[in-house]
Design a protein around this ligand. Sequence first.
Ligand code: FE2
Ligand code: FE2
Length: 471
Amino acid sequence: MGKTKLTFIADTHHYSKSLGVSGSAYERRSATDQKCLAETGAIIDSALETIAQSDTDALMIVGDISDDGERASHEEMLEKLYRFKEKKPVYVTLATHDWCCDRNARRYCGDEVFHDVETVDHTELRQMYYDFGPCDAKAEFITHLGTSSYKIEFPNDVVLLSLIDDQDGEGASGFTADHLEWILNQIREEREKGRLVIGMEHHLLYQHISPLLSGHGLCCGKHEEYIEKFCEAGMKLVFVGHSHMQRIDRYTSKNGNVLYEVNVGSLVGYPAPMVNVSITDEKIEIKTEHLKQFNYDGRVCTQGYLKKHATNIITRTLSLAKRGQKEEYLKTMAELGVKQNTAEKLRPVLNITGGFITKTGVTSFGEFINLCSFNKTFEKSDLKKLKDKKIIDIVNESFLSLLDGSLTKRPEGGAYYNVVTSFSKIPKRLVKALKIKSEKAVFLSDEFEKLMWEILSGGEIDNNYLTIDRN
Ligand SMILES: [Fe+2]
Ligand SMILES: [Fe+2]
């Protein structure tokens, strides 16, 4: 029985230290980003070393290889990939952050941000990364941007389609009509030969978790059309990146075919996932591994370092909303993409809610809500069991669960599950009690409840470990 083992990583966003890794402007950028910046080189080196020493047959990178298309970042990344290729093959799918489609590449010095960074144009990418895909391709499609989608054959009748989905020619991410036709022909041709077809593209085909989080910005413009067509043509698995959230979802086409979408989280932020796929004649086994440690700035950093970096976005922003730090607060909100007007309006709200959630314990908050709702919201015994938790702990833990695909299970019926579930129903109950007719309010309260269930449970499919039949 043959076995093919492939490893997928995504969103490596390599950031060259030459772009600046100190000073208040850099610190602000770093503190508002879930992923690391200065540490990317160290994280990538450690992950590549781990993968090179493993029994995997090849490494795949699902887009956003550089931080934002900076030439310096690409050049350093290429050096790393050529070193890795001496041990194992590596195939990349490039994406919008590899050619800086938003024209927002930046470098940092002191309190200043500079936009004079040399970036790589999309027309250069195919040649730059030729040795990491196109050179081994059994078929290739060159897009109108000059970028490349290509097909790789692996032993054991496994075929990989690396698909670049940056532009559909109609203003969204996706594929032009001729590109889509090429993809569908490739899938059908390979299926007729009885081969397993695995796709790899950067943007999502399946809108996962909740429309509150994975709206159309994360998906290809015509994602519903693509996933139906890919599934019908016979693609079994597709690996995507972009959302920086680990997730596995199952799609069933109108005719009953099934396609699994594996959204690989970012390697350079919590939880630094590396998704291993072992394929035999009968089974496909997905096992997500997490980078244990990396060496940065003379110290050994573990998962705790990545967790702290991610949750710092919440805790720092809330603490800045307090009076006396207005200038830094506004600069931070600007870095998060919030306009000054909105940031100023939000400040008093964040100041009050921020102070409240960082200081208040779950038990006393629950008791207060129970007092207002005739003890109809929370079970007293559940609240008691969470007496050591503050509200901010649950906020941070929920954020980490979103990123890691709910690695920490919150069993149904347990105190944590019960309290968070009861809390998630409050907006819906308020909408009902106050007879609010607004469709938006009804939608948001419904979706909030569903989102919290997804975070607690991880959804219907385990997001990190899955075994399915090959046929
Ligand atoms: Fe990304
Ligand atoms: Fe992306």
